[in-house]
Design a protein around this ligand. Structure first.
Ligand SMILES: Cc1cc2nc3c(=O)[nH]c(=O)nc-3n(C[C@H](O)[C@H](O)[C@H](O)COP(=O)(O)O)c2cc1C
Length: 179
């Protein structure tokens, strides 16, 4: 069984990366884990041309296909996202937009194999959990249209830097135990 863990932040050494590292370590006993950062991939914005609604192909060919290949191979997907202005970082949103060829609201559309399970972890500096839940909602909306089953979310407030993650390790490990 394979797990794909995505650092949805462009920061490779921050709090999101640290949570992704803990998740990857926890899952490593039960899954073959691939831990990637959204910034490992170079891709353009969706132009909104809707050509993919007719062809199921994007007019742009870039690293979106490489990251989607990882989705195809994974049994479990864990997206770890910080709040940037109360939503997912722009780099990750740009990736979601570019996944429109895989969106099940139009025919034809591309598909990834069925039976995958998706999890979402959201973190933010502020104290209100509602903002984390909104980000989890964005990720679950994305999973839903790829027909990835939404299996759980974890919100972590009052986290800004890598150092703030250490006291939350137990919460993260308990979440991982359910994956
Ligand atoms: C551009 C930017 C926007 C942010 N916006 C918010 C916000 O709206 N609410 C919040 O609670 N934290 C916000 N934060 C703080 C991040 O959610 C928090 O620092 C998180 O731990 C960042 O993780 P990272 O360094 O791994 O990307 C923002 C941080 C950045 C860089």
């Amino acid at each position: 069984m394979r797990a794909l863990v995505i650092n949805c932040s462009p920061v490779r050494t921050g709090a999101t990366a640290e949570i992704g590292r803990i998740v990857s370590e926890e899952l490593a006993g039960r899954y073959e884990v691939k831990f990637v950062c959204i910034d490992d991939y170079a891709f353009s914005f969706c132009k909104g041309c809707r050509r993919c609604h007719v062809t199921a192909e994007c007019v742009r060919q870039d690293d979106v296909d490489i990251l989607m290949k990882e989705f195809e191979l994974a049994d479990v997907i864990v997206c770890v996202s910080p709040s940037y202005w109360a939503d997912v970082p722009g780099q990750f949103k740009a990736f979601i937009d570019r996944c429109t060829p895989w969106c099940n609201t139009h025919e034809p559309h591309k598909t990834i194999p069925s039976g995958k399970k998706g999890y979402a972890i959201a973190l933010r500096t502020g104290p209100n959990i509602a903002e984390c839940n909104r980000i989890i909602g964005t990720i679950e909306h994305f999973y839903g249209h790829l027909e990835v089953e939404c299996c759980g979310g974890l919100g972590l407030t009052s986290v800004e830097y890598k150092e703030n993650v250490e006291p939350r390790t137990q919460e993260i490990k308990e979440f991982c135990a359910k994956i």
